[in-house]
Ligand binder design. Sequence first.
Ligand code: ADP
Ligand code: MG
Length: 230
Amino acid sequence: MAGANHPVLFLDKIERRYSQGGTTLNILKGIELGAWAGQSVALIAPSGAGKSTLLHIAGLLEHADGGEVYIDGAATSGLGDAERTRIRRTEIGFVYQAHHLLPEFSAIENVMLPQMIRGLSRRVAEKRGHELLTYLGLGERLAHRPAELSGGEQQRVSIARAVANAPRILLADEPTGNLDPHTAAHVFDTLTQLVRASGLAAVIATHNLELAGRMDRRVTLRDGYIVELA
Ligand code: ADP
Ligand code: MG
């Protein structure tokens, strides 16, 4: 499946159910969703619909109960944990609602760490961290620790960290959920700009319809299935 026309991420008939107190909750019943390079997809659905579950499965953090996750055309369900971890580190970036930055490290160190874990030298990691943070408007904040940054700045550092290893896929779970509307809009614009510029395939869960409107595509979860929105 090589070529520019296939989705970087493809979820094929994904199912996920949870057993709870003798009953089974069918959360995802047959998810079909593709995300293409350079495209941002907004996933808009109420709380409890299964957005986080879907993102965790797409990001190989959780196994599906049925169906297949294709990354760059390759099936992932048969892979072992080591290979799934490798794909997660190199091909997939995550942004969460809370920034999860390491408090004792500076902004640039937080962006350098995933690169060094992957085996890049300190010098290369620092250069990339500097470029990314500058691109995201944080060139004057490189040495600041998370506590010395605003909420919007913290999330922009999280975005830089998520793409530090130049992944193909970006998954974000309500990344602006903790921010005021003005800051949220700024972070969102930064995110969508980065997605286009780096050719990422992005799926971003959000409650914010106004921000979702600025993305390339909108989908929702209805009764365990993906429905495309206008
Ligand atoms: P969302 O992110 O859209 O708010 P989630 O994916 O977190 O939704 O959860 C979807 C549904 O699955 C919820 O009803 C939730 O209670 C249930 N759920 C999620 N994780 C578990 C789990 N580990 N065990 C049982 N139920 C779960
Ligand atoms: Mg959630």
